[in-house]
Design a protein around this ligand. Structure first.
Ligand SMILES: Nc1ncnc2c1ncn2[C@@H]1O[C@H](COP(=O)(O)OP(=O)(O)OP(=O)(O)O)[C@@H](O)[C@H]1O
Length: 835
């Protein structure tokens, strides 16, 4: 009979494949025969040889399965897809650490973090000071940070979150008398979907958070139910898992980076000379950032990956310039990456100016403004090391740009780059030092708590003599616009006039030309011909053009000290964070600046929009962006730190509770470690040895070797196993059921090994899985599960995960159940530190 069992000892072959581990032998094994095999498309329809089918009642099922379309998804491909989605490329690029090494690093991270938390303790009272918090937050003394709200600070109609019940609407605080008492006490009244809750104020202050959403909308989709809190519990759990994933990802990235090595840069006395040429007295935060960066470069052996986070116009550029000097003076190249060409040009000007005293240091700008010949010349100069500092947009990331000796990458406003570009930036982080500048403020509390997880320097104090920007919010009127501009022009200044659309730019042009004849006015937007845009910006920077009518192309980074009035028309169409950035374009010197925010007509604005704008008007003090960040833009700061973050996770519980959960997760990250076990040591006590149908065996090129390869792939890691299965299917179509069972058995063993399960056995209706994990890890796994069926059937006892099934299942069904269950448990891996 042409069937065989993979577990039959004499069929174990040694592979001759010598391919590298990830693109291992399987692919190469098959490519040689690909052409010959391609011609016959193998169909499994009704070819199941009766003698080969499995004897259990489930053997009927496979026939149905085989009749399905080949492309239809099955358990294995669903799992493969899920692993790919959840783990992405990072698994492949970040090898698992050995436990001793990981322990050492984790300890280091923890120590660093303790320092941050120590500083937070100093800020016990919360509130006060730039970015100290949303006003209601405070250190709770237990390693976490509390964002609870003081009920007396709530206004009727505000949305609140009760930790146990969920989202409700605050109605008010009233005295009431309890049934068995005569003394009236104060109660907080909260409206829920199915009724009104009444909480003593004391209790409320322990349980309530404000419900803020990261984006502009303040309104939650639904209120929670008092009578049924399961939906809320689920939302909270989802949030918790998402946070844990973010934290673990951050930590793993950090640990992985600590493993990279490069020799420290020499401590060059010329750096002090360069620093002395800075025309201003640096602020204390700037000084700290300079020291941080210098230490990264000259004392550490791992490449720098530091975030310089500072409010608009607070002087981040100088930090980058000093880092560039340090690297360039050691003979390496530096690249400055800006999100827009306008910004790239500005950086180029600033860098050229700052390095003008060093004729040996050559600065180049690579831009789409250049002719082909100019570009080629620049590329050649970069390649041969004739340019020391290269400034440009994402085109610098392209494959045509070949560096001679790149040492440093400065990224301005990383969040504005696309996904692909961010990936490219991330790939640089392994080999070169990277300094990221971000004007998206992150709250100081978050920053401190993250100490140890991410290197960041916060610049939260403005340069001295900076005056707050006066913000005026009103309905649009041409007269107001004209008088504001007149005031600015009369004092010799310049004006930005920003509109949300290119289409509307002509209109103000007409009336401003009439109002200010003889004054140079120009239009700028991103769709203009490059040269034209460049010329306009140049003339504006030089002060020739007095009024620049533009789109939000000026949104970030532009630094024109003489422009001290900004007018924003149709302000309701901009996001709060965007407006904050726009406003930051003015007031960058010691002159008092004005921001006029015009909406078309109050009646056209929702209450919500007005409230939002009023918040901006209120946050006029310097550095208040940090406070605003904590409330409305918190998530943008998050994005800078955690990468792309789905706002949905925050929306589930609101920003404040999200933050609190984040702090908790940050301080307990090391409790959630999963220790994998060797594949070979996993024992699966389920007697199942499927036999493959002869049709399939005949169809395969070398069935015995294939099974052997499958086993080897599983032993290697889950990615190899996935790759094996996919190659098999590409080559021979969807396998018959018995082969699927065989593969599933390999998956089960592989997954078990990865999550630290050493033995799987069944006893009657009970399935037992012996494991080295602790209860907290088990809880995290359960919380991450999407299937309630599996979640509800699992318990943790001693050193075992146990499942009580409804009935005793036949072996293949049991294996299917275990496969599904492990796949569910496996989904939690991104939320656990693995070693
Ligand atoms: N310590 C200082 N004292 C006075 N002026 C300073 C100081 N540091 C920087 N400046 C000036 O303040 C202006 C803004 O600085 P810079 O462009 O570095 O800000 P930024 O933080 O990069 O802002 P943005 O996020 O908007 O790009 C510049 O003209 C710079 O020369």
């Amino acid at each position: 009979m042409a069937s065989f069992s993979p577990n039959t000892p004499h069929l174990k072959l040694t592979s001759t494949s010598a391919a590298p581990p990830r693109l291992w032998g399987w692919t190469s094994l098959f490519t040689a025969h690909k052409q010959a095999k391609k011609k016959q498309s193998f169909q499994f329809k009704a070819v199941y040889t009766p003698g080969l089918s499995l004897s259990s009642p489930t053997s009927k099922k496979p026939t149905q399965r085989r009749e399905k379309n080949e492309n239809e998804t099955d358990d294995i491909s669903i799992l493969n897809e899920r692993i790919r989605r959840d783990f992405g490329k990072r698994e492949a690029t970040r090898p698992v650490m050995d436990s001793e090494e990981a322990d050492k690093y984790i300890q280091l991270v923890k120590e660093q973090q303790q320092k941050g938390l120590q500083k937070l303790k100093g800020k016990k009272s919360g509130g006060g000071g730039a970015g100290a918090g949303a006003g209601d937050s405070g250190y709770n003394g237990a390693g976490g940070f509390s964002y609870k709200v003081d009920p007396y600070s709530l206004r009727s109609g505000d949305y609140v979150v009760h930790k146990k019940v969920g989202i409700g609407k605050f109605v008010g605080i009233k005295f009431d008398v309890q049934k068995d008492s005569t003394v009236p006490i104060e109660y907080v009244f909260i409206e829920y979907a199915d009724g009104m809750a009444k909480l003593p104020v004391k209790q409320a202050s322990r349980m309530l958070y404000r419900y803020n959403l990261p984006n502009e909308t303040k309104r939650p989709r639904t209120l929670s139910k008092l009578s049924d809190t399961t939906a809320w519990e689920r939302r909270k759990t989802k949030g918790k898992v998402a946070i844990q994933k973010m934290v673990v990802d951050l930590m793993e990235l950090y640990l992985h980076r600590l493993k990279q090595k490069r020799p420290p840069y020499p401590k060059n006395p010329a750096i002090a000379e360069f620093a002395a040429q800075f025309p201003y007295e640096p602020t204390p935060d700037q000084k700290k950032a300079f020291i941080d960066v210098e230490r990264d470069l000259t004392e550490r052996e791992t490449p720098m990956d530091r975030l310089i986070c500072g409010d608009v116009g607070f002087g981040k550029t100088e930090v980058a310039l000093r880092a560039i000097f340090c690297v360039v003076s050691a003979g390496k190249q530096a690249m400055v990456l800006a999100p827009t060409i306008v910004l790239a040009k500005q950086h180029f000007d600033v860098v050229s100016e700052r390095f003008s005293m060093y004729p040996d240091i050559k600065v180049g700008l690579l831009s789409r403004f250049q002719s082909k010949a100019e570009k080629e010349e620049h590329l050649d100069m970069i390649k041969h090391g004739h340019l020391n500092i290269i400034v440009g947009t994402h085109s610098l990331l392209g494959s045509r740009v070949v560096y001679n000796n790149l040492g440093l990458l400065v990224v301005d406003e990383e969040q504005r780059f696309g996904v692909k570009q961010k990936e490219k930036i991330a790939s640089f982080k392994i080999s070169v030092d990277v300094l990221t500048l971000s004007a998206t403020p992150i709250p100081r509390t978050l920053y401190l708590a993250l100490t140890g997880f991410r290197d960041a320097s916060l610049i939260s104090t403005p340069p001295p003599e900076r005056l707050p920007i006066k913000t005026h919010l009103s309905a649009f009127s041409k007269e107001k616009v004209i008088s504001a501009i007149k005031y600015e022009l009369d004092r010799g200044g310049q004006v930005f006039y920003v509109l949300p659309r290119i289409k509307g730019l002509e209109e103000p042009m007409d009336f401003l030309q009439q109002a200010f004849p003889g004054v140079d006015i120009a239009i700028a937007h991103g769709q203009q011909y490059s040269r034209q845009l460049e010329e306009t910006m140049e003339k504006f920077a030089q002060g020739v053009i007095k009024i620049l009518i533009c789109t939000n192309i000026v949104e970030s980074g532009l630094d024109i000290q003489n422009a001290n009035t900004i007018i924003v028309q149709d302000v309701q169409q901009f996001g709060l964070a965007q407006l904050y950035q726009l406003r930051g374009r003015v007031g960058r010197a010691d002159k008092e600046a004005h921001a006029y925010l015009f909406y078309p007509d109050k009646s056209l604005l929702s209450d919500q929009a007005l409230e939002r704008l009023a918040a901006l008007e209120e946050c006029r003090e310097l550095g208040q962006g940090f406070q605003l960040a904590e409330k409305d833009m918190g998530i943008r700061g998050f994005g800078t730190i955690f990468g792309e973050q789905q706002t949905g996770d925050v929306g589930n519980v609101g920003v404040d509770l999200f933050f609190e959960m984040l702090f908790e997760s940050l301080s307990k990250v090391d409790e959630h470690c999963v220790i994998s076990v060797p594949y070979k040591s996993v024992q699966i006590d389920i007697n199942i040895n499927p036999r493959l149908p002869s049709e399939y065996i005949n169809h395969l090129e070398n069935p015995m070797e294939m099974v052997n390869e499958a086993e080897k792939a599983a032993e290697q890691d889950i990615w190899c196993l996935m790759q094996f299965t996919e190659s098999l299917r590409r080559q021979y179509g969807k396998e018959p059921y018995s082969m699927e069972i065989l593969l599933k058995k390999l998956y089960v063993r592989r997954m078990a090994a990865d999550i630290g399960i050493t033995k799987i056995y069944a006893s009657g209706k009970m399935v037992g899985m012996k494991t080295n994990m602790n209860k907290k890890v088990f809880k995290m796994m359960i919380d991450s599960m999407t299937s309630e069926v599996h979640r509800n059937s699992l318990t943790f006892e001693g050193d075992q995960i146990k499942a009580e099934l409804l009935l005793e299942l036949p072996r293949e069904q049991l294996l299917n159940w275990i496969f599904q269950c492990l796949a569910e448990l496996y989904a939690s891996l991104p939320a656990l530190i693995k070693y």
